[in-house]
Ligand binder design. Structure first.
Ligand SMILES: Nc1ncnc2c1ncn2[C@@H]1O[C@H](COP(=O)(O)OP(=O)(O)OP(=O)(O)O)[C@@H](O)[C@H]1O
Ligand SMILES: [Mg+2]
Length: 250
């Protein structure tokens, strides 16, 4: 499948345990190409594990994680230049390198993988910074940024690789509601500019509702239910209702 048609993510009967704790238990989930899926779940339910498996950073004990039919861990080791599509991840703590400027942070992966150099590299980095409204901050260092700016710089770093799939782990974790809404705006902009598959894991249902096409609930190692965002408030499944009520959405 050509990347412009998007990337379909499929988790089939995925089980993952650490020691004798089974975190994911024969979990099934499909994220359609071009869809924005938000997986919500209580702390410790395995949201980050689910995302790491989707990125091929870890392997399931059993079951399969497929990206357009390619096992995620196989995809991971294909050299950057030869990958059939590109995937990027925005980590919970932003994971910027403090010794590098914003520009250098965003340029690093592209440079290290020989994906761009010279003027092309400058253009890719500046386009990514412009799309998160950080072009003025190119020469600042991460410690000089506010939490919201750091998150936007981390998003720019992911966008600079022009991904076909973008994974977000708790993008609003350290952000107040106004900054969370700002990140939601950035995601809206990404959604309208490119056809991209986006997976977000979070316990922030207010944010989930701002960005999702569909919301899935991770509970006891499985996807317990999934609803289109337009149908969220009508959901009857009690654990999902508990989330809705806790977020004061109903
Ligand atoms: N590398 C690991 N080694 C051992 N246990 C792990 C590892 N990664 C995750 N776990 C365990 O798996 C469970 C799920 O962890 P995970 O980080 O995916 O939860 P989460 O839903 O992302 O939680 P939070 O909302 O707090 O980020 C936890 O009990 C955690 O301790
Ligand atoms: Mg987590």
């Amino acid at each position: 499948m050509k990347p412009e048609e998007g990337v379909r993510i499929e988790l089939k009967q995925v089980t993952k345990a650490y020691g004798d704790k089974r975190v994911l238990d024969e979990l099934n989930l499909v994220v359609e190409a071009g869809e924005t899926l938000v997986v919500i779940g209580k702390s410790g339910q395995g949201k980050s594990v689910l995302l790491r498996l989707s990125a091929g950073l870890e392997r399931p004990d059993s079951g399969e994680v497929l990206l357009n039919g390619v096992p995620a861990d196989t995809y991971r080791i294909i050299p950057a230049q030869k990958k059939p599509f590109r995937m990027a991840m925005v980590f919970q703590g932003s994971a910027l390198l403090n010794s590098l400027s914003v520009f250098e942070n965003v340029a690093l992966y592209l440079k290290e993988h020989g994906m761009a150099k010279g003027e092309d590299l400058d253009m890719l980095v500046m386009n990514a910074l412009t799309s998160v409204e950080l072009e003025h901050a190119r020469d600042l260092y991460p410690t000089e940024l506010s939490g919201g700016m750091r998150k936007r710089a981390a998003i720019a770093r992911a966008l600079a690789t022009r991904p076909d799939v973008l994974l977000f782990d708790e993008p609003t974790a350290e952000l107040d509601p106004l900054l969370s809404a700002e990140v939601a705006e950035v995601i809206h902009k990404i959604q309208s500019a490119h056809r991209m598959t986006i997976v977000v894991v979070t316990h922030n249902l207010v944010f989930a509702r701002q960005v999702a096409d569909r919301i899935a609930l991770l509970e006891d190692g499985r996807i317990a239910c999934s609803v289109k965002v337009s149908e969220l408030l009508n959901a009857e499944y009690p654990p999902l209702r508990a989330f809705i009520e806790a977020a004061a959405l109903a």
